[in-house]
Write a protein that binds this ligand. Structure first.
Ligand code: MG
Length: 381
């Protein structure tokens, strides 16, 4: 049925859940890549004895260790990752965290592959470049993120002119309903306690600030080629409705189910077909669904993202890079929670806007924005 899988970011949250899905569907895993030559990567190498194992980074000592534990020759370096993504007739699951994921997305699309996209930077930072690549080379971009997967499924078979609005749902994170002052002193531990989704560290803090939703607004724009004035956000704490589409005739389609990332991951691999999944079926009986407007005074990330998205060019890439730096500083106890949005806004204000035409443009903006944000963070402390 489906093509062999290339799993990038194999030891991360998306990677490990992808492999669970792959095992359940009986899919062939052709390659496994991770940033570090870790114990976890060696384990995966044993679990998939036929897969090419790739570590993008690591010291020569760590690389030797991996080769020894694996009992076969791994491959090393980011070029090897791109080669795996660019092998023909693959489904590339891009769960790489950070801007390095953009090159992998491009390599996958260039080869005409399906890219199951969980790397936010590809579209948030590199949206214009990825769109140009899709138009030039074909290939297929299928979202893994639950909201975009929901939209993708609601939009299936619907002509563009039928669509009035896309409505992204947001859980609101652990600080929903709290007054702004009470967030001055929140700790990384509190921010890492997400009420409904089990995810990586950066994305969990991004949920608490709602920058995650901000990034998803930009992704929605580039994935579905829809204007920012037709993308809305609604807070839905139960995370049962994963997003919705409003059509011009007043009809709505909403996508519902368990908040379980394995479901959108699986759909990204099998789409447009569906396969049965193990586990408890979802039931609506006894479930209460609530929806509310996001509090934009407590969560400025939403408005920052709309403004950055509308500015286009380098602005979303700058927002993403500054946010990643600020979240890292917050997790290390070097920056307050509310200062995350301030750092992002100030970086956007100070960064000189420019157009993005190539991957190099994107990576340059990413690295410059990171340095600028680091400087601002150092100044705040
Ligand atoms: Mg999401």
């Amino acid at each position: 049925m489906t093509r062999p899988l290339v799993v990038l970011g194999a030891t991360g949250s998306i990677g490990t859940q992808t492999l669970e899905v792959a095992d359940n569907l009986g899919l062939h895993v052709a390659a496994l890549a991770a940033r570090r030559p870790s114990e976890a990567l060696a384990h995966l190498g044993h679990r998939y004895p036929e897969a090419v194992v790739i570590a993008a980074g690591g010291s020569s000592q760590e690389r030797d260790d991996l080769a020894r534990k694996l009992g076969r020759q791994p491959r090393f370096g980011s070029e090897a990752v791109l080669e795996a993504a660019g092998a023909e007739n693959r489904i590339v699951v891009n769960g790489i965290v950070g801007a390095a994921g953009l090159r992998a997305t491009i390599a996958g699309l260039q080869a005409g592959n399906r890219v199951a996209l969980a790397n936010k930077e590809s579209l948030v930072a590199g949206g214009p470049v990825v769109r140009a690549m899709l138009e030039e080379h074909g290939g297929e971009l299928v979202p893994v993120d639950s909201e975009h997967s929901a939209l993708h499924q609601c939009l299936a078979g619907e002509p563009a002119e039928s669509v009035a609005r896309l409505i992204l749902t947001a859980s609101g994170g652990p600080f929903r309903g709290r007054p702004r002052e009470s967030l001055l002193s929140v700790t990384p531990d509190e921010a890492l306690r997400h009420p409904t989704w089990d995810m990586g560290r950066r994305i969990t803090v991004d949920s608490a600030t709602m920058f995650n939703k901000g990034l998803e607004i930009v992704e929605t724009h580039f994935l579905f080629e829809i204007g920012y004035d037709r993308i809305d956000v609604v807070v839905h704490p139960q995370s049962i409705v994963h997003s919705a589409v409003e059509f011009v005739d007043g009809s709505w389609k909403a996508h519902m189910g368990h908040p379980d990332m394995r479901i959108p991951i699986q759909y990204a691999l099998t789409a447009p077909d569906r396969s049965a999944t193990p586990g408890d079926p979802f039931s609506l009986a006894g479930v209460t669904l609530t929806f509310e407007e996001p509090d934009r005074s407590v969560f400025p990330a939403i408005d920052i993202a709309y403004a950055a998205g509308r500015a286009g060019g380098s602005a979303p890439a700058v927002m993403n890079a500054a946010d990643e730096m600020a979240v890292e500083a917050f997790l290390q106890g070097r920056l307050g929670f509310l200062a995350i949005a301030e750092v992002v806004q100030r970086t956007l204000d100070e960064f000189e806007w420019r157009e993005l035409k190539t991957v190099e443009d994107v990576l340059e903006v990413d690295s410059e924005a990171r340095s600028m944000a680091a400087g601002l963070i150092a100044g705040v402390c």
